[in-house]
Design a binder for this molecule. Structure first.
Ligand code: ADP
Ligand code: ZN
Length: 668
């Protein structure tokens, strides 16, 4: 690429929105201009492709072999800062730039010519904004955030406030300042389900509907929203991680709400962490980034201590509300009901809550009815034929099935054992939320009970209904997985019961303790958010565990200290860098062969350690066998360079897929 082309007919370099090994060169038809950032449609073999012009090209290819671009699309061009961001993300995650571009283009529906349709009536009714006066602590915090927005420079601030302290109210000031300066604001949330409640709240606060961006939008809405963002008409965008890649005309601030949340990590396709990439985008757009959390990630805490991030603090709940008291229920000492999971202590608490007309939340991070089905006669356990995973029994919606939570395979609940063929021998082992609902229903027959478990698109409407019913006080006991743990504000909710506090501590995950603490602190934070004293009961068989003790004593800082020292001692991130390289193939022998070759070609480098290959904990996923290397390097080492170089030494056939995860969070 160079500013002047020496060829007779100008040619341009185009990045295609697909995983191609390199950019392609096209001729520019006479009289046509296509400056850097122009979106174009181009011939691609016999098909049509889409791409973005990166600039003029000097590539020495015979002109006869080149095809002209078809036409610039009727879409605003991508700005330099976005193009730079796309390239940076591709480089960092070792992905193809075309795949990152595809995220920025928001899918085929944005690129396709719009179908003529009836003009939508203007639904945007303006209401007058409803703004609460800030408390003194909120005011101090908000002023700091607003200052950075006004200065219009890059700065990252941790907005660190206990649950219910008014972090949302506080970051709204930064959003308002950005909009007042004529710029746009982006609020990122870890899950689609959360967007609904926040969008409603922001609409009230600012007097107009924010634009929504997530994977559940219709094609027409996607296109409209994408254009509105690119033209600067969408002033406030609320979205899941993909909203980070939109072509903002003039972004003024990015807020990452619940910044510690694991759902910010995208685990397939381009594997990236949206919180980390938000900081990068902020740097490239030269704008402030606000990371908001009651339980910040260790990485963020360390960046704050190293003075890379600023810190504002809201130590108390807003108004009359106080943090709920957290009781540990020692399951070793309770007389547990037969075939039940709600301890007598928790039962009593729920009963009192019902008598006072208040709401309870029972938290169990397991979807379905039972996580395991086994044959009482021969001991056979029902596993997914495609994955290293047990099939989960589901009974909801009158459909009795066994489902794999990893590949989605579902079968009708069998009448006989797959192995010994005997009938009526199958037993459900352990509880899921549906089974818990059954138990609660028997204990409290007059209570109105609902389950909130799935964040998938097909269930989104039902989810919204449940949220609305909970807000309106039409539910007495809500039972839910981690999707209810986060962010929601249910004024009538005063009791939280955690059914299995130890669930997340099992397994050897590097971040198991940190994530369990964050999740349980979040779910505890749903209780007593208005003025009634809230209570939390955590059922556990290890009440002495540091996570449980620090939860009960609200001593986040002590746990953070312990975890930081551990990471330092074992030279784990952020004191070192990690990446996984996972090979997968339908033929286990073929995968092994490539793994062997890679193992034999590991470049020797003093500050790099490569472990493996070993079967991934999920040794089979969707019918593919998986082998894994773990790469660990010193902090200053360019881990991407090492991996790129290493992978280039071995020819990898199409039948074996290689996926690289830089800064892995999930080791399954
Ligand atoms: P967080 O995001 O820290 O969990 P929220 O912003 O959701 O806290 O605030 C918790 C509750 O307190 C919400 O209902 C919110 O409207 C209310 N609240 C917070 N700050 C104020 C304020 N300054 N004036 C009135 N209500 C407030
Ligand atoms: Zn499966």
């Amino acid at each position: 690429m160079s500013p002047v082309s020496s060829h007779k007919n100008p040619r341009v370099e185009v990045l295609i929105h697909q995983a191609l090994p390199k950019t392609l060169t096209y001729l520019l038809p006479e009289g046509q201009a296509a400056p850097r950032g122009t979106l174009v449609s181009v011939p691609l073999g016999k098909k049509k492709g889409f791409g973005v012009v990166l600039g003029l090209s000097n590539e020495n290819i015979d002109e006869a072999k080149l095809k002209p671009i078809e036409a610039p699309l009727e879409l605003p061009p991508l700005k330099n800062a976005l193009l730079d961001f796309i390239m940076w993300v591709a480089e960092y995650t070792l992905s193809s730039p075309g795949n990152v571009l595809a995220m920025a283009l928001g899918g085929q529906s944005v690129l396709a010519a719009p179908k003529p349709r009836k003009k939508k009536e203007e639904t945007e009714t303006l209401i007058s904004p409803e703004k609460h006066p800030l408390s003194p602590a909120q005011e101090v915090a908000a002023n700091q955030l607003v200052e950075d927005v006004k200065k219009h420079h890059f700065a990252v601030t941790l907005l660190d406030g206990v649950t219910g302290s008014g972090k949302t109210e506080t970051y709204c000031e930064a959003i308002e300042a950005a909009m007042a300066a004529g710029r746009q604001a982006l609020v990122m949330l870890p899950e689609i389900a959360l967007t609904t409640q926040l969008v409603g709240r922001l609409a009230k606060r600012f007097g107009f509907q924010p634009a929504l961006w997530h994977s559940g939008l219709t094609p027409a809405t996607r296109r409209d929203t994408w254009k509105a963002v690119a033209e600067g008409k969408a002033k406030l965008v609320v979205g899941a991680r993909s909203a980070l890649f939109l072509p903002y005309a003039d972004l003024g601030v990015i807020v990452v709400d619940e910044e510690h949340d694991g759902s910010y990590k995208q685990e397939d396709g381009v594997i990236y962490h949206a919180r980390d990439m938000a900081v990068v985008r902020g740097k490239m757009e030269k704008i402030p980034v606000v990371l908001s959390s009651a339980t910040p990630s260790l990485e963020t805490v360390l960046n704050m201590r190293a003075k890379k991030y600023q810190h504002v603090h809201l130590p108390e709940r807003h108004g009359q509300a106080v943090l709920p008291r957290i009781h540990l229920v020692d399951l070793r000492k309770e007389q547990m009901p037969r075939g039940g999971w709600i301890s007598p202590t928790l039962q009593n608490a729920i009963r009192e809550c019902l008598q006072r007309g208040e709401q309870s939340l029972l938290f169990l991070n397991r979807r379905g009815y039972a996580p395991l089905t086994l044959c009482r006669s021969c001991g056979y356990r029902f596993a997914c034929p495609q994955c290293t995973a047990w099939l989960v029994e589901h009974r909801d919606g009158g459909k009795h099935r066994l489902v794999c939570h990893h590949c989605g395979t579902a079968e009708l609940y069998p009448r006989s054992c797959r192995e010994c063929k005997k009938e009526n021998t199958l037993a459900a082992c352990g509880p899921g939320v549906e089974r818990l609902k059954e138990e609660a229903g028997k204990l409290f027959p007059n209570a109105r009970i609902a389950v909130m478990a799935s964040d998938t698109q097909e269930h989104l409407a039902a989810l919204h209904q449940t949220i609305a019913a909970m807000e309106a006080g039409q539910i007495d006991i809500l039972i839910g997985t981690q999707i209810v743990a986060k962010g929601y504000h249910f004024p009538g909710l005063t009791l939280v019961g955690v059914i299995d506090g130890d669930l997340g501590l099992q397994g050897g995950d590097l971040r198991a303790a940190e994530h369990t603490f964050q999740l349980l602190a979040q779910v505890a934070g749903r209780s007593g958010r208005v003025d009634v004293h809230g209570r939390v009961y955590i059922q556990t068989v290890q009440p002495q565990h540091a996570v449980m003790q620090n939860l009960a004593q609200y001593d986040r800082d002590r746990l953070v200290e312990t975890l930081i020292r551990e990471r330092e001692k074992f030279a784990m991130p952020p004191y070192a860098r990690l990446a996984t390289v996972t090979l997968s193939a339908t033929d286990p022998a073929a995968g092994k062969e490539i793994a062997k070759k890679l193992a034999a070609n590991i470049p020797l480098q003093a500050d790099v350690e490569v472990l493996g290959p070993a079967p991934a904990p999920m040794a089979m996923l969707r019918g593919r066998f998986r082998l894994r290397f773990l790469v660990k390097t010193a902090k200053a080492t360019k881990i991407q360079e090492f991996i790129r170089n290493w992978l280039s030494l071995v020819k990898i056939p199409h039948t074996t897929r290689v996926s690289v995860d830089i800064d892995p969070q999930n080791f399954s």
